[in-house]
Design a protein around this ligand. Structure first.
Ligand SMILES: [Zn+2]
Length: 128
């Protein structure tokens, strides 16, 4: 899913939830948009290149293999546990949930491989 689509949907969600979250609703961007920072981490790890624009070009060519740590259950579980404690974590969780649902639907629509949903699963699978 394109970053601008995640940005637009995060904005819509933040506006819709503003009456409930107020300022903390901006945390929806962390989960809904900035969670894709892990794509950049994958690029840096693989290519040993810190140039953000090169990574954007790289992923725009359709590259999807790898472990995207912020797109895994290991990121979701702490957010689920922290969400009842503070609105910040609840807003991030809502943003991440929207993001992952959209990524999942995009992968199905594009007939592309689904990203690994767990760091543990990914590591175990790599060793087999
Ligand atoms: Zn994503």
């Amino acid at each position: 899913m394109l970053p601008r689509i995640h940005f637009i949907t995060s904005t819509i969600l933040a506006v819709l939830l503003w009456p409930f979250f107020g300022f903390w609703g901006l945390a929806i961007y962390i989960g809904g948009f900035f969670v894709d920072f892990d794509h950049y981490l994958v690029y840096v790890f693989r290519k040993k290149d810190w140039n953000l624009f090169n990574s954007i070009r790289y992923f725009n060519q359709g590259y999807k293999e790898g472990l995207y740590i912020f797109h895994t259950i290991e990121t979701i579980i702490p957010l689920v546990l922290l969400a009842p404690i503070h609105l910040f974590f609840l807003a991030v969780l809502i943003g991440v949930s929207l993001h992952l649902i959209m990524d999942f639907m995009g992968d199905i629509k594009d007939h592309s491989k689904i990203k690994p949903l767990s760091i543990i699963y990914y590591l175990v699978r790599q060793k087999l």
